[in-house]
Design a protein around this ligand. Sequence first.
Ligand code: GPP
Length: 560
Amino acid sequence: MSLPTTIVSNITRPYVKFSPSVWGNRFIQYADYELTDITENMKNQIQIQKEEVRKIFQSSSNSISQKLNIIDSLQRLGISYHFEREIDEILEKIQDTFTTNIVTIEEGGLHFCALAFRLLRQKGHHISSDIFKNFKNNMGSFDEKVVKDVQGMWSLYEAAHLKIHGEDILDEALVFTHAHLNSKINTNQLSPFLDAQIRQCLRKPLHKGIPRLETRSYISSYEEDPSHSKVLLNFAKLDFNMLQKMHQKELANITKWWKESDFPTKVPYARDRVVEAYFWSLAMSFEQKSITSRKIGGKLIACISLLDDTYDNYGTVEELELFTQAIERWDFSLIQSLPDCMKVVFNTIVGLWAEIEVSLLENNEKSNFVLEYIKKAFYRLAQAYLVESKWGKDNFIPTYDDYKLNGIVSSTIPLSTISFIGLGEFSSKELLEWIFRDPKIINAVSAIGRLADDVSSHKFEQQREHVASAVECCMKQYNMSPEDAYKLINKDIEIGWMDINKECLELDFIPKSVLECMVNVARVTEFTYEDYKDKYTNGELLKDHIIALLIDPIRIEQHE
Ligand SMILES: CC(C)=CCC/C(C)=C/COP(=O)(O)OP(=O)(O)O
């Protein structure tokens, strides 16, 4: 990528030419393709197979341990959302068993305990990590017996990622299981299925994985599990393919809007990443019922991307001050003196507000209140971008603390969570009032977003005029080396995860599905920026994942 400083009409701009879109208009074909239609036959198949799965699930002969294993399989295969009520009932009963009958815990073994712990905690049930003390010896360390129980260690490793502050036993469990699981892979001691699963969880624990990607990969490997259920497997494949058709159509519509708006020509300094923006909103919520959330989310993220590049990659401070005021006041007269490309971005944001209004009216929600909030959220983001732009242009390095305060807003996450109004779980008014109280969970997810982004793009962004990243701010505040700054930032990311886990247990007035979407934002953020790479800006890095979720269906054998 060349990094010229372009001079346009005597104005010096920090212009970086981004790579073109990997996709072009490829997804538009799905808008009216017959192939994208979910046929009556497919719907019938889904209904029939769903009832078969329900029978397995509800069989009274299943022990508690079998029930937990079935719930785990349903979740990993991405089909548990069909049985939420039933799963809640079962987990509530198991929770009672745990609180009243300690013998079951000891008799169940490590896998049972760790699985129950993870499934209960995921759903917000209170369960103490003290149950794992049963697996320690007199010296206070995890027993050597544990090392022989690979499935138990695997479950404990997955469970330990739900840790909250002060759970030293889970910190210890993580270090212990990671080391021992790592020593077991590639040794021919494990079945191919278990070996693959352990390698996968060491790369990415389930709690940190994006649900659709985890599902796609688990469906393929589940077949290799000698004890797999054909009924579950077939249903999972069919359900994945049906949802994929729906997602393709949604993406086709968003791509159409992007094409008709002609952003690559009219806003040439911006990243052409509408497909990647939709991927983000799909990662946040994939179910059929969240269609409005994805529709709003995909366009919202695409608009945020245009806005981000306007501040980072185009505007002068004077232009950006005017532009920010225009967003504050929703005043077209203020943008008249600005370059056409900035007018396009402003008009696009205003157009999006109008579209959100229509979506709300379709759901019979009063829109005035909601729109005021959304405008305020855009203004907050624009203000944070302006602050960063001025810091960058003045070569000013703020303290790490000040940088993080502003960075929580500029992470864009508080604004993108507004798309959750489309989840229909909460009235939009209640949801937005909560978001605007700056809840700890949103701050934690946003901090992870800001920090993970900065660690990944630190080197690239220093090649152009760009605000100092968290790395420089940290180095300056604590007078430390880049390596130590990375360590401190990664520690902060870990603290963010513990805050998220804790809030998920405490926010009992927020619907579970809203919390799950919040956690998904942290997951997709980390995924986008892991391994010191930025998969959003460098779309090539996201290509295979997009193919897996949005192009290739899962092959279903005819005889199955
Ligand atoms: C939630 C998402 C994916 C939002 C839309 C695109 C965006 C702003 C990405 C971050 O870009 P960046 O790395 O250039 O951000 P910054 O300029 O804040 O570092």
